[in-house]
Every structure is written in C-alpha cells, then in structure tokens.
Write a protein that binds this ligand. Structure first.
Ligand SMILES: [Zn+2]
Length: 159
C-alpha cells in the first residue's frame, strides 16, 4: 500500500502517469476548488496542482514545472517518494481502481485482433472494466521511467 495518496487538480496527464506508477490518485478538472480542497482535507490526501493561489495551503505540493516529466521529478524529490516496480500497472489509469490480471483467452472478444497472440499481459479494471495490455506504448513509458530514474539504464525486465 502506498504511503501517499493524491488529489490532482487540473493536471489530467499527471494523474494518469501517477496511476500507472501505482499511486492512489483522485483527479479533478472542472470541479470548483473549494470542494477539491475539502475532499483533500477529508481524505488526508496531498493536493498536486499548478493553480497559483492554492500554493500556500499546507497540504499542497505546488508544482512550478509545466512539463510532465519535470512535475513527476519534483513530486518525487519534494515528498521523497519511492516508485516501487511492483506497483507499476496495478491501477486503472482512467478510474483509479485496482487492476486484475486476466488471461488473453478471457478477453479475446474484447480486444483488437492485432494484439492477440503477441505474448502481452492483460489486465482488467475491477471497477470500469477497461482492459489494459503492454503494447506499443511500453517503450515510450520505459524511456520515461528511465529518464526520471525509476528504472535503471539497462533495465529490461519491466514488462
Ligand atoms: Zn477503471
């Protein structure tokens, strides 16, 4: 279980990336900031935002970077959080629920035919039903994780 839980406000891409890394992230784009603040407090989460007038709040990690990778670096450094490899791809990037590993056979009818028989892993979200697999986006994601130091230069064992 991750020590840190977040609320991400108006930074959808960051929310998705943090969920891929296994963090519990609630994400809001258009909700009014008062409700977002109240929810953050109530659930004892950390607010991640670039909204300037919120930056003095005690439980906000205000991000002064605009680029996604830099934002993640800033969070990792500031909060001294560790990204655990075992937590990667455990959470649904759309709804934040836990993913369950499933056999290709079980999802064959629901996935594009060109991802069948490639030896990919498949996971289904227990909440929204979305199916994930380690397809073409993996090299890009690996590169990103390498850049921010989550995995080593020669690390190939992340699938
Ligand atoms: Zn989901």
């Amino acid at each position: 279980m991750k020590e840190y839980r977040f609320v991400v406000y108006k930074l959808q891409k960051l929310a998705i990336l943090l969920r891929i890394l296994g963090f519990d992230v609630l994400s809001f784009q258009n909700k009014d900031y008062i409700s977002v603040i109240n929810l953050t407090k109530k659930e004892k989460r950390i607010l991640l935002s670039r909204v300037k007038f919120l930056r003095k709040l005690p439980w906000i990690c205000y991000l002064n970077e605009d680029v996604l990778d830099e934002q993640l670096k800033q969070i990792i450094n500031k909060l001294k959080i560790k990204v655990e490899r075992d937590d990667l791809f455990t959470r649904c990037s759309s709804c934040n629920s836990i993913l369950q590993e499933i056999q290709e056979e079980e999802v064959k009818k629901e996935i594009p035919s060109d991802v069948c028989g490639k030896g990919y892993w498949f996971k289904r979200c227990l909440n929204c039903g979305k199916i994930f697999w380690n397809g073409n986006h993996m090299p890009t994601l690996k590169e990103k994780l390498r850049k921010i130091g989550v995995i080593g230069e020669k690390d190939e064992d992340i699938k």
